[in-house]
Design a protein. Structure first.
Length: 120
């Protein structure tokens, strides 16, 4: 399909897809007349890019992850796994804090040992 249809299907803008192409993240084929042609495979890759962006990955990281032969791919993945695990710990901690605050009876958070603990 053409870029406009692909963008609509992905609920993103055509300029975003052109940027991804410029960055070598998702490079569509070309029709005989030179128009970009997105296959189902390209759309799947685009959806992976959107999901990766949704959790904070940069286009450079995503390109490295998507291309098996990309230099530094293993280290990009390793660094991302470390970051994701750290984020998970932070999110768990924030969840526990909020669950506590919802029930906290102290007028001042600073006087509550459990609230203060979240301040580190
Ligand atoms: Zn508290």
């Amino acid at each position: 399909m053409r870029i406009g249809d692909a963008a609509a299907e992905l609920e993103t803008a055509a300029h975003v897809l052109r940027h991804w192409e410029d960055e070598g993240v998702v490079v569509p084929g070309r029709t005989a007349s030179g128009h970009r042609e997105y296959s189902a495979e390209h759309l799947s890759r685009c959806r992976i890019v959107l999901s990766c962006q949704g959790v904070g990955m940069s286009l450079a990281e995503i390109r490295a992850i998507l291309h098996r032969g990309e230099a530094g791919r293993a280290s990009v993945i390793a660094a991302r796994l470390v970051a994701i695990r750290a984020q998970r710990i932070s999110l768990d901690s924030a969840e526990q804090f909020l669950l506590h605050v919802r029930e906290c009876r102290h007028d001042f958070m600073t006087r509550c040992p459990e609230c203060s603990e979240y301040a580190g």
